[in-house]
Design a protein around this ligand. Structure first.
Ligand code: GLU
Length: 506
């Protein structure tokens, strides 16, 4: 590879980032870092009708959460500014005109009514997909058909117009995709896309080519849904800058949900997040849940995204970001769609919860506790609790269910399993046990267990018959880590008072 590696993620700020979008970021990032190159974030905001307030902030916040910081962006700055397409507006017209001069584009003056009439006519001729292409361009009001003087006077008088690409009629356009190999298109099937709009803004097609050139982008990775646009881009590259300057393309496979391409609606339908972080649409008021808020760790989210369409050829599934950077190879990305499985996604999170030291995520769990009304005052104690229950948690929100009882004594005790077998002797045992606890010198799990067993032997009751009651007294239900670990952690006073309270309920 002789060019400096420079890749870009080029989102339009139109809403939240779904799995596919963040995976595109990730593969760009991994490739750049693997090759010691740069990862650029460019905001493609030339379609002002689709602009959504808050979407740009969301993109930056999400990338920061994932640990995928761009090297250059509208906010990080960089030598190729501006990184927001709208700020480059005055530059695009010259390229559009260069294309017109080269005979690869033309001015089109058709009004919306004329365009609609053309489409209606084609529909009535049973054309399933009416489009402005080589078949109709000869009948429309454009600079290919109008006399030169009329074109000039229309331009001079400021008549609204667009610039369209002139797709060749029967040419085969090919390029080599790093994932798919050689890809070819029959240009006759591609329409004459608008390159420059009536408001002077470029469309995506022109802007993406110009910007990739000006920003010296060496590789362009994007979702498979952009593949049909590729012939337009190849043709623009050829005319404007030369195909040898063109970035190497890779079109990433679709992410599939339970029924075809994963969509935002699948999230609502099947009850799993499809966005990285919560997205609140200001216009519709609709809230789409994110992986972050569902209780995913960024390490797990990044790991599971990496595996959606790629593996390193071994059985290994758990990768840190650093390992991914070392191992990532764009040529190993699969061609076929990658199936998203929420159960598998949760497995990744569970593994990462177990793998990471709790200090890495205790702040996030603390927020979850605070949202539920528990203020954490002793961080040391909080982290000991998290350490004790982490193997039982799949989502960060599970920490609440698994350990809230450490912070508030249970009031509702699930005594159904112990009540039928309750005896006066057991009441006596627990009364004696709390008395003995008061005398206990060393307060740790081992000493508690020894004492408990000695007392059970003295009372002639099997310890096994007393441990479940003790658990229900301390926890409120039949779950949680080893019961003497719980007692050791909540301390003498809480252990004693919980047993005493439970005895009043039995
Ligand atoms: N602006 C396009 C998008 O929203 C970028 C496509 C590309 O990367 O070329 O996805």
């Amino acid at each position: 590879m002789n060019r400096k590696v420079r890749v870009r993620f080029a989102p339009s700020p139109t809403g939240g980032l779904h799995l596919g979008g963040v995976r595109t970021v990730l593969y760009n990032y991994l490739f750049a870092k693997h090759h010691g190159g740069e990862f650029v974030l460019r905001i493609e905001d030339t379609d002002q009708t689709r602009f959504v307030p808050g979407a740009e902030d969301y993109i930056f916040e999400t990338l920061a959460w994932c640990g995928l910081e761009p090297d250059e962006s509208p906010r990080h700055g960089g030598p190729f500014a501006p990184y927001r397409q709208s700020e480059r507006k005055p530059q695009y017209r010259q390229y559009a005109e260069q294309l017109v001069a080269a005979g690869q584009a033309y001015y089109a003056f058709d009004t919306p009514e004329e365009l609609e009439a053309m489409r209606n006519r084609l529909r009535s001729e049973e054309s399933p997909n009416p489009q402005y292409d080589h078949k109709v361009r000869g009948e429309m009001r454009n600079s290919l058909n109008l006399p030169e003087t009329e074109v000039q006077s229309l331009l001079d008088s400021g008549t609204p117009h667009v610039v369209r690409i002139k797709m060749p009629e029967g040419e085969k356009l090919s390029f080599t995709d790093l994932i798919r190999g050689e890809v070819s298109f029959d240009t006759a099937l591609v329409d004459d896309k608008v390159l420059l709009k009536a408001d002077g803004m470029p469309t995506y097609h022109l802007a993406v080519v110009v910007d990739d050139y000006l920003m010296e982008i060496s590789h362009a990775f994007r979702g498979e849904e952009w593949l049909p646009s590729a012939p337009v881009h190849v043709l623009l590259w050829r005319t404007l800058f030369g195909e040898d300057q063109m970035p190497q393309w890779a079109h990433l496979p679709l992410i599939l949900g339970p029924s075809g391409k994963l969509s935002k609606r699948d999230g609502a339908k099947y009850g799993f997040p499809v966005f990285a972080a919560n997205w609140a649409d200001l216009k519709s008021g609709e809230l789409t849940e994110g992986f972050r808020e569902r209780g995913f760790l960024p390490q797990a989210f990044v790991n599971l995204l990496a595996m959606l369409g790629w593996n390193d050829g071994t059985e290994q599934e758990l990768f840190s970001l650093d390992e991914l950077v070392q191992r990532f190879d764009i040529a190993k990305v699969h061609k076929g769609g990658a199936k998203f499985d929420f159960e598998k996604a949760k497995w990744f999170n569970h593994e990462w919860i177990k793998k990471l030291p709790v200090a890495e995520y205790s702040a996030q769990v603390q927020t979850i506790f605070e949202q539920r009304g528990i203020t954490v005052t002793d961080k040391g104690f909080f982290e000991k609790v998290l350490e004790l229950v982490k193997d039982r948690c799949t989502l960060l929100t599970d920490f609440w269910e698994q350990s809230a009882f450490f912070f508030t004594a249970p009031k509702e005790l699930d005594t159904t399993a112990i009540k039928p077998k309750w005896t006066e002797a057991k009441t006596q045992f627990f009364q004696n046990f709390t008395g003995a606890l008061a005398q206990l010198q060393t307060w740790d799990a081992a000493s508690l267990e020894t004492l408990f067993k000695e007392q059970a032997a003295a009372a002639g009751i099997k310890p096994g018959e007393l441990q479940l009651p003790l658990r229900i007294m301390l926890v409120g239900g039949k779950f949680g880590p080893p019961v003497f670990d719980i007692a050791a952690l909540i301390g003498k006073e809480a252990t004693t008072s919980r047993i005493e309270y439970a005895l009043t309920q039995l």
